[in-house]
Design a protein around this ligand. Sequence first.
Ligand SMILES: CC(C)(COP(=O)(O)OP(=O)(O)OC[C@H]1O[C@@H](n2cnc3c(N)ncnc32)[C@H](O)[C@@H]1OP(=O)(O)O)[C@@H](O)C(=O)NCCC(=O)NCCS
Length: 164
Amino acid sequence: MAGTGEIVTRVRFAPMSQSGTVETMIRIVANAPTYYEFIRTLRNDPRVQPGFLEVVRITTEQQNAYMAKLGGRYLVCLVDDVPAGYVGSIEGDIRVCTHPDFQGRGVGAAMIHAIMDLFPESYARLKPGNTSSRALFKACGFQRAGEIDGLHRYLRPSVDGVGD
Ligand SMILES: CC(C)(COP(=O)(O)OP(=O)(O)OC[C@H]1O[C@@H](n2cnc3c(N)ncnc32)[C@H](O)[C@@H]1OP(=O)(O)O)[C@@H](O)C(=O)NCCC(=O)NCCS
C-alpha cells in the first residue's frame, strides 16, 4: 500500500476452537483483485447494509469496474489470512465494514487507524442511528463536526473545524 508494506497489529479475537478471548495478530494489506469478491459480497450482505447510506446489490461486473478505478484506495484486514473487513477513503469519505463474524474485536479500529495513516484528512459521514459506527469513530479519536444532508460528520481533531 502506497509503498509502505502491510500493517500488522493485534486485536481481541475469540477462536471457535476455545472459550474466552485471546489476542491475535492481524494484517492490514493493500487491496488486490483477489479481495474484490470478498468486498462485494460483504457490501451486499443484508446484515451490514443498514449501516450504509445506500442499500445496494453490486454485481461482479460493477465491482470489477469500480475497483479498477478506485481499488487502490482500499485496504483489507486479514485474520489468520482470512479476509475480515475492508476500509477505503474515496474523496476523503471513509467506507468501512467488518464481516459480522469478526465484529467487536478491534478489526474496525485497526482499519480506521490504517486508512488515516494513508489518507490523514479523511472523514466519516454517519447515519444518526448507526451506533456501532459512532462508537468506532469515537474510539478512534474522531469528534462530531456538524451535519451534511442529515448525516453526522466526524473528523479527527487534527483537521480544522472540529467540535460542535
Ligand atoms: C461499524 C463497524 C465497521 C465496526 O467494526 P468493528 O470491527 O466491530 O469495530 P471494533 O471492534 O474495532 O470496535 C471499535 C469500538 O467501537 C465499539 N463498538 C463496535 N460496535 C459496537 C456496537 N454495536 N455497540 C457499541 N459499541 C460498539 C467497540 O466496543 C470499540 O470500542 P472500544 O475500543 O472502546 O472497546 C461494524 O459494526 C460494521 O461493519 N457495521 C456495518 C457497516 C457499517 O455500518 N459501516 C459504517 C458505514 S459509515
